[in-house]
Design a protein around this ligand. Structure first.
Ligand code: OSB
Ligand code: MG
Length: 356
């Protein structure tokens, strides 16, 4: 699926997505999930192709034809696989969707969510110029989005944030570095304290909780952890050492709904707010994100936004839309709440494998 506009982070530019979808069937019903791995192993170690192989050769054989009491037990069947949480999560969320459909319930209610409307922000990638970035921000604010996240990296940071703040003094603004810095950059990162940012997301290495704690001790701005948090246990440890004061939860990164809920609960118990991250999802992953963001501690606007910001045509009907006040409303159909556009999905499918 070609993106409407390229998306650039500190680790690279994406122009087109190759997405693995999972359909699970039981008792004449189907549930759907999306693997949120990128096209390259740069955000984390997974990519489209690795997720296909892990699912086919290791995860699906452990889950197929197994009797589950509930979707909450699916993750444990592949818990002995090291890593590959996005691949495993793609299947796990499909079973949650299936279970919700079996119960005739919307997925958001099935996972314990209640919010009827989720607050939305946008994630804006690194642009070719500052005027281009300012124009994009202008467009998203006009569309109603409640907060702006801008990507930063060395060479596109303090000066650019200063320009954005000068032009938009009062907006909810944050920056995401996707692990582009080290502790040696602390002085530079401290300059960002001048701009009243809501948070700085994942400035340091993808697997480095201790250095984030050292950095947080020097920063006024809250650190938000993304890449570092792959489990509720890691969230607990990071929170205990004050490595961050906000957590971005991504379903794929933690391996699905069961662990995402545990991360949510750990953060809630510690008074740490969470928000729903995004991985440039198609409609299926987007709908799952909307469901997750209805849990009570998702109090900050997330990176879940309208389908049309990504796709000229999404694979669900209707596409995800955002209200003029920057929210997405939940839908009450069973499961993830949208119809699959099967004809369109078939027309863009390049590979398919059925396992029984
Ligand atoms: O770090 O949140 C991130 C996209 C790809 C990889 C990592 C990230 C992102 C985003 C985009 O920020 C969020 C979205 O609009 O889906
Ligand atoms: Mg991030």
């Amino acid at each position: 699926m070609p993106l409407v506009h390229f998306f650039e982070t500190s680790f690279g530019r994406t122009t087109e997505r190759r997405i693995v979808l999972v359909e699970v069937s039981s008792g004449g019903l189907s549930g759907w999930g999306e693997v949120t791995a990128g096209e390259n192993p740069f955000y984390n170690e997974e990519w489209t192709e690795s997720s296909w192989l892990i699912l086919r050769d290791f995860v699906a054989p452990r889950v197929l034809n197994h009797n589950f009491e509930s979707a909450a037990g699916v993750g444990a069947r592949s818990a002995h696989i090291r890593g590959h949480l996005m691949a495993r999560g793609g299947l796990e969320v499909a079973v949650w969707d299936l279970e919700a459909r079996m119960l005739g319930k919307p997925l958001y209610q099935h996972i314990g969510g209640a919010r009827r409307e989720i607050p939305c922000g946008v994630s804006i990638g690194i642009q070719d110029s500052v005027p281009q970035l300012l124009e994009k921000i202008e467009t998203e604010l006009a569309a109603g989005y409640q907060r702006i996240k801008m990507k930063i990296k060395p060479g596109w940071d303090v000066e650019v944030v200063r320009e954005v703040r000068k032009r938009f003094p009062d907006i909810l603004l944050m920056a995401d570095a996707n692990s582009a810095y080290t502790l040696a950059d602390a002085e530079r990162l401290k300059c960002l304290d001048d701009f009243n940012l809501m948070m700085i997301e994942q400035p340091l290495a993808h697997d480095e909780i201790i250095d984030h704690a050292k950095l947080q001790a020097q920063l006024k701005t809250p650190i938000c952890l993304d890449e570092c948090i792959r489990s509720a246990h890691q969230a607990e440890q990071a929170i205990a050492m004050d490595a961050g004061r906000i957590v971005n939860i991504k379903l794929g990164r933690v391996g699905g709904f069961a662990e995402a809920k545990r991360v949510h609960h750990v953060a809630q118990a510690a008074g740490i707010p969470v928000w729903c991250g995004g991985m440039l999802e198609s409609g299926i992953g987007r709908a799952h994100n909307i469901a997750m963001a209805t849990l009570p501690n998702f109090t900050l606007p997330g990176d879940v936004s309208a389908s049309k910001r990504y796709w000229s045509r999404d694979i669900i009907q209707p596409p995800v839309e955002v209200t003029p006040h920057g929210t997405i409303e939940t839908r009450d159909a069973p499961g993830f709440g949208y119809e699959l556009d099967r004809d369109f999905l078939d027309s863009i499918t390049v590979r398919r494998e059925s396992l029984a």
